[in-house]
Design a protein around this ligand. Structure first.
Ligand SMILES: Cc1cc2nc3c(=O)[nH]c(=O)nc-3n(C[C@H](O)[C@H](O)[C@H](O)COP(=O)(O)OP(=O)(O)OC[C@H]3O[C@@H](n4cnc5c(N)ncnc54)[C@H](O)[C@@H]3O)c2cc1C
Length: 307
């Protein structure tokens, strides 16, 4: 692999795996739905050596691995998550080289946008207010207002389950609307380089970011816990409109309801919803749209754990 501008290095470090892993950790506070059970084991690595040690440990003990970034696009099972959950939020360093903004996968989008503006780079402002991490956004090819994150990607360095480092480049044709080459694999996104545009007008960029963030806040997206859109938009009509027209707006199951503001949002109405309530409601919405329009909605939120 050409090691261009990456922060990956093999600094020797003595790692005591027991210091890294904690058993039976609640996950609800670590996701935006605020639902779900415990991780059998949880670890928050701070560098590549620790990440590799965790991968080796999970291989030796045959533990499945689940990666959690900001938890803003997942539904965690009430029955918990087997094996090892790796939380990426401590992998959050970044650097700038020319117009490349290079960030470890756990960097929050919020910090990435602010840091890129501080470094006179533009391109991320449209994502203002989008929750989650760079790694999660690459995994799901996050998009808003016509911008797909993949349009900005120069390369992505990732770890294979064997702990090998590999790289994909911007021209990888497996990126598409809400799709990335990482879906359906066990590869772990470690570092991402985004090609941005020089912009000395930092106040203009800050204003743009702030407008994007405010638009989200004003639309009520954050009034209740949710994970954003439950379904991807099919060709033609947006999923939210189909759900509304199928008469599902406002429907509730337990503590979950279909948002009265946006048909594609299922919210944890008063904080008492279970993940099971949310999934049941999503399945009812999917069935209603299928029965009414013959359209099979594809889930966008990711189910994690024992379902
Ligand atoms: C109110 C609200 C509004 C939203 N609006 C939008 C929107 O406009 N557009 C949009 O695209 N999304 C939107 N989302 C969804 C979400 O914010 C994005 O998809 C975000 O990019 C997910 O990042 P995350 O770090 O939270 O990922 P997580 O939820 O933690 O993880 C999502 C998936 O990515 C995987 N993953 C995460 N990090 C890594 C890694 N380092 N390596 C390998 N796999 C990894 C996880 O295993 C999981 O499968 C919204 C969510 C909310 C709550």
């Amino acid at each position: 692999m050409a090691n261009v501008a990456t922060t990956i290095s093999n600094t020797p470090e003595k790692i005591n795996i027991k210091d890294l892993i904690v058993a039976q950790q609640p996950l609800a506070a670590l996701c935006t739905y605020k639902t779900g059970g415990n991780a059998d084991f949880l670890a928050s690595p701070t560098n590549l050596e620790q990440m590799k040690a965790l991968l080796a440990f999970s291989r030796q003990n045959q533990l499945p691995i689940t990666i959690l970034g900001g938890g803003s696009n997942v539904l965690i099972s009430d029955e918990g998550v087997p094996g090892l959950v790796i939380l990426t939020h401590k992998l959050c360093s970044y650097h700038v080289r020319g117009t490349l903004f290079c960030a470890q996968s756990g960097l929050s989008l919020e910090t990435a946008i602010n840091a890129s503006i501080e470094n006179s780079l533009s391109g991320l402002e449209t994502l203002g207010g989008l929750p989650g991490t760079i790694g999660g956004a690459v995994w799901g090819n996050a998009s808003t207002h016509g911008l797909q994150l993949s349009q900005l990607i120069e390369w992505v360095d990732y770890l294979t389950p064997d702990g090998e480092i590999a790289r994909i480049h911007r021209d990888d044709d497996r990126f598409a609307y809400k799709r990335s080459p990482f879906m359906g694999t066990r590869n772990i996104i470690y570092e991402v380089a985004l090609r941005l545009i020089p912009n000395k007008n930092t106040s203009e960029a800050r204003l743009h970011k702030e407008q994007s963030r405010k638009e989200r806040m004003d639309s009520g997206q954050f009034d209740h816990p949710s994970a954003g859109c439950v379904f991807k938009n099919p060709r033609g009509k947006p999923a939210g409109m189909l759900i509304d027209e199928a008469g599902m707006k406002g429907l509730t199951v337990g503590g979950a309801s279909i948002s009265s503001l946006h048909g594609n949002f299922i919210i944890n109405t008063d904080g008492t919803a279970t993940s099971k309530d949310i999934l049941k409601l999503a399945e009812l919405a999917r069935k209603a749209v299928s029965d009414r329009f013959g359209i099979k909605l594809e889930r966008e939120i990711v189910l994690i754990g024992r379902w």
